[in-house]
Design a protein around this ligand. Structure first.
Ligand code: 5AD
Ligand code: SF4
Ligand code: FES
Length: 347
């Protein structure tokens, strides 16, 4: 009976809210079938290739105070750092020689970096490596800023919506942050021609199974090129320190449902998934994900980019992670490739 729902999801690319909810509630009995169909669908578009994106975490300053995040402004226990524009470009150069063809420039919302500085980093990387994609992940900005960064050569932008339920959004964020502005940003990015990534945490405080069903409809409706999801993991110096972590099981099941909902989406098996479960990233790939985002940041700053407790890969060099990931992924029957890995349109 639940298999028939998975079949219909594969056929139509969508279900009704109650049907998604039914699947989520009965996930244990269909998880294997869902994963099998999700992998088959991924194969149709991407074969057995897994794309890698080099993550450059260039600042851990943030003007926001999200209740769940270790980089929040009021976390005074965190030692802060900023990379210079030259450092960012150096990271990309190192990444290029390791085989990366996408660089993700990610940071907290840090007004220290002007549009000019960020545009300089983007245009320099694009000039030095014309065969690469530059992805930005800089949070909420003005329409004009997004326009200038696009003009400087940025190709993609990641901005998780965090939750599709505006009431839930209020419980995860202080009053200064607004769901409507998130949506404005996501719509701007789409209109400007970025390949856009959205996403949410699985098992964040106050999230219900119905909220998760709503996430799948929201994602279908926005139709992004990328969707990043990972389990919520509590951080000891945040207001959410006492909340339970999200689970790898629910995260991987949702990865399968997302793959079936948006067949050609670029779907990372995230670091948070690898943190909550030592084999989390492999399980994510086996559930339908096709992207990994290892860290390219200098080892000296990695431990300071602590969004949540016990984050993995904070002591390793980028080169070590690549070797590690290649071994891990080979065991799933997939293969890491080093091309730009653009979104493939549905046929
Ligand atoms: N657990 C898991 N993911 C988190 N993020 C922030 N804090 C946490 C946490 N405690 C995610 C958010 C955000 C991205 C930068 O990291 O979804 O968009
Ligand atoms: Fe800042 Fe992003 Fe963390 Fe919120 S989730 S505090 S915006 S880095
Ligand atoms: Fe970083 Fe395994 S991927 S150490």
């Amino acid at each position: 009976m639940y298999r028939a729902l998975i079949d219909r999801l594969e056929q139509d690319g969508t279900l009704r809210l109650e049907e998604y909810l039914t699947l989520i509630q009965h996930r244990e009995s269909v998880r294997e079938y869902a994963a099998q169909r999700a992998v088959a669908v991924r194969q149709q578009y991407y074969g057995n290739t897994v794309y890698i994106r080099g993550l450059i975490e260039f600042t851990n300053y943030c003007q926001n105070n999200c209740y769940y995040c270790g980089l929040r402004k009021d976390n005074t226990a965190l030692e802060r750092y900023r990379l210079s524009v030259e450092d960012i470009i150096d990271c990309a150069d190192t990444g290029y020689s390791l085989g990366f063809r996408t660089f993700v420039i990610q940071g907290g919302e840090d007004a220290y970096y002007s549009d000019e500085m960020l545009c300089e980093a983007v245009s320099n990387i694009k000039r030095r490596h014309p065969d690469c994609a530059v992805t930005l992940s800089l949070g909420e900005r003005s329409t004009e800023s997004y326009r200038r960064l696009k003009e400087a050569g940025a190709d993609r932008y990641l901005l998780r919506h965090e939750t599709a339920n505006p009431v839930h959004y209020k419980r995860l964020h202080p009053p200064a942050m607004h769901f409507e502005n998130r949506l404005r940003c996501i719509n701007d990015l789409k209109a400007l021609g970025y390949q856009v990534g959205i996403g949410f945490m699985v098992g964040s405080p106050f999230q219900t199974e119905k909220d998760l069903a709503g996430e799948l409809l929201f994602i279908k409706n926005i139709a992004p090129q990328m969707v990043g999801i990972g389990p919520f993991i509590s951080h000891k110096d945040t207001p959410f320190k006492h909340f339970e972590n999200g689970s790898a099981e629910l995260t991987t099941f949702l990865l399968s449902l997302i793959r079936l909902t948006l067949p050609s989406v670029l779907l990372p098996a995230t670091t948070a998934l690898g943190t909550i479960d030592p084999l989390g990233r492999e399980k994510g790939i086996a559930a339908g994900a096709n992207v990994l985002m290892p860290n390219l940041s200098p080892v000296g700053v990695r431990k300071k980019y602590m969004l949540y407790d016990n984050k993995i890969c904070t002591g390793e060099e980028a080169a070590q992670c690549i070797v590690c990931l290649k071994k891990r992924i080979a065991k799933t029957g997939c293969e890491i490739v080093t091309d730009k890995g653009d979104y493939k349109h549905e046929v």
